[in-house]
Design a protein around this ligand. Sequence first.
Ligand SMILES: *Cc1c(COP(=O)(O)O)cnc(C)c1O
Length: 390
Amino acid sequence: MFTKNIIAELERRETPLYYYDLSLLRDTLQKAVDAAAPYGYHIHYALKANFNDRVLQYIQQAGIGADCVSGNEVLKAVEIGFSPDKIVFAGVGKSDKEINQALDAGIFAFNVESVQELSVISQLARAKSAKARVALRINPNVDAHTHHYITTGLDENKFGIKTWELNDCLATLKANQENIELIGIHFHVGSQITDLNVFKSLCTKVNEFNQWFDERGYRVKVLNVGGGLGVDYQEPDERPIVDFEAYFSIFDQFLPKFPGQEVHFELGRALVAQCGTLVSRVLYVKNGLKKNFLVLDAGMTELMRPALYQAYHKIERLSMDAPHGEAVKYDVVGPICESTDCFGKEVTLPVSHRGDLIAIRTAGAYGEVMASRYNLRNEIRYLYSDEIEE
Ligand SMILES: *Cc1c(COP(=O)(O)O)cnc(C)c1O
């Protein structure tokens, strides 16, 4: 993965920086598109995972749509060149301004998260003599068996419309037919889901809701099953690309469609996580009685996932020379004034020194996008693989 040329270039660069492997990104997108094609499945990319312009351009060129969770993401998707009829807008707290921006952009659909939001979209559409296409985001009460901070499909979560609110939704839709059109039902149960059985359970729920709407005279065009497909944080080089075939085949087997229905997916992490690496340098080595610390020049301000959800990222020492000396266990920490600013505890690495390059892998999703200027840190720097001569 990190060839001599890449490491030589990194040695010349100021750190921390995000390194993006654009050929891995291209291969990943191609595999996803190829795996979806036999079933006629539509993929939208969740911009919130990574809205770096270069990354977005590759995704747009692969023919994938955009799943946005803010007005600015909608504007960004339009600016990058995503066709409005491939843009959807989700989010539990869309402001009037954001709804208006999306109406003006003429997006494909709003994924609506409450009965009240339905009325607001209808009013704002009426003011523009427009008709908004909506999908109802239903909270199916499916346990994603992932970290509790990133499950979204349980009754106790803030997301989506609860089952007992669906009759109210239908009444609101009926009363506002001129300005809102129901085109789909939408689900998203969590993130970093690695147990495909979770998606089987989701299919069962989607079937029930699909029937429920059909029986009431609404044959929705779109079944949107959200995203959430997980990646391998442990061994990024062994499985750099997710098994998209296995994923889509679950839906093919367990999610029957009525004639004319389409299935839509909203993948974020699975498309971009492995193409990004946070590259850092060792500033200081602290050898203690009980613990050894590597203090890096990157911290939670560049990659917040470990501090935010105790997420695991593989940490490697990048070097052109073979490791010399024995392996040592280090707590790998950042420079930020917070005790949670730690990338990994008891990480086994070759004996390391001030100035060594350290790679924090699988940082392409929910990495750069969550960066902050806390401690008045620098803006993010980049190196893209196509800047390096082979
Ligand atoms: C975050 C999000 C996604 C993408 O999730 P991943 O786990 O990155 O695939 C898809 N849909 C919605 C509504 C989301 O909020």
